[in-house]
Design a protein around this ligand. Structure first.
Ligand code: HEC
Length: 162
């Protein structure tokens, strides 16, 4: 869709520019050419393409409300340290068969994948009945991490699937 639209605009710009070039004096400079209506249309069309491209391509990733880069960094430490998440979910979060689920894909077994739902999952764990492998996840991984550490590690886990 996007590509088609850009191609379409490009074609309009090309044709408009071509018309302007034919009608104009061959010694006319770019400024003079931009004064013909067709050339102006070409400039407008080209601007529209440029705007559309910067809007979609250069958009910074939006973090969930309340999450900061510092929290994500702290959460990485909790994941591999005090929270011992890596012992069941693997050091990169890709999961360990018959143990912790993959946290890097966009398939979630127990939650919807939102930041809030990740916090809930860590706070409550997963019962053996709920677990697809029959292996339970203890609340907070069975550790005594603080609520702030839970939020930080949830922020880190959230980034793994983005
Ligand atoms: C003792 C092993 C163990 C530890 C430690 C552990 N988990 Fe889990 N985790 C599991 C199991 C088992 C599941 C459920 C997997 C299944 O159903 O296949 C799970 C599920 C999850 C899910 C939900 C995944 C989904 O697809 O819905 C998240 C998120 C998660 N764990 C995060 C963490 C975090 C963060 C930590 C560290 C604070 C942690 N876990 C520590 C075993 C563990």
């Amino acid at each position: 869709m996007m590509v088609k639209k850009i191609q379409g605009l490009g074609l309009i710009a090309f044709v408009a520019f071509g018309l302007a070039a034919c009608g104009g004096d061959s010694s006319a400079d770019a400024d003079a050419m931009a004064e013909t209506p067709a050339a102006q249309a070409a400039v407008v069309a080209a601007d529209a393409v440029a705007d559309e491209m910067t809007e979609t391509d250069a958009m910074p990733q939006e973090l969930p409300e309340g999450v900061t880069e510092a929290m994500i960094e702290e959460g990485k430490g909790v994941y591999n340290g005090a929270g011992i998440c890596m012992s069941c979910h693997g050091p990169t979060g890709e999961g360990i068969p018959q143990l912790g689920a993959n946290l890097t894909d966009d398939e979630w077994l127990h939650i919807d994948g939102s930041y809030e739902s990740i916090i809930d999952n860590i706070m409550n764990g997963v019962t053996a009945q709920e677990s697809s492998s029959g292996v339970p996840m203890p609340a907070k991984g069975g550790t005594a991490i603080t609520d702030d550490q839970v939020k930080a590690v949830a922020a880190y886990v959230w980034t793994l699937s983005q």
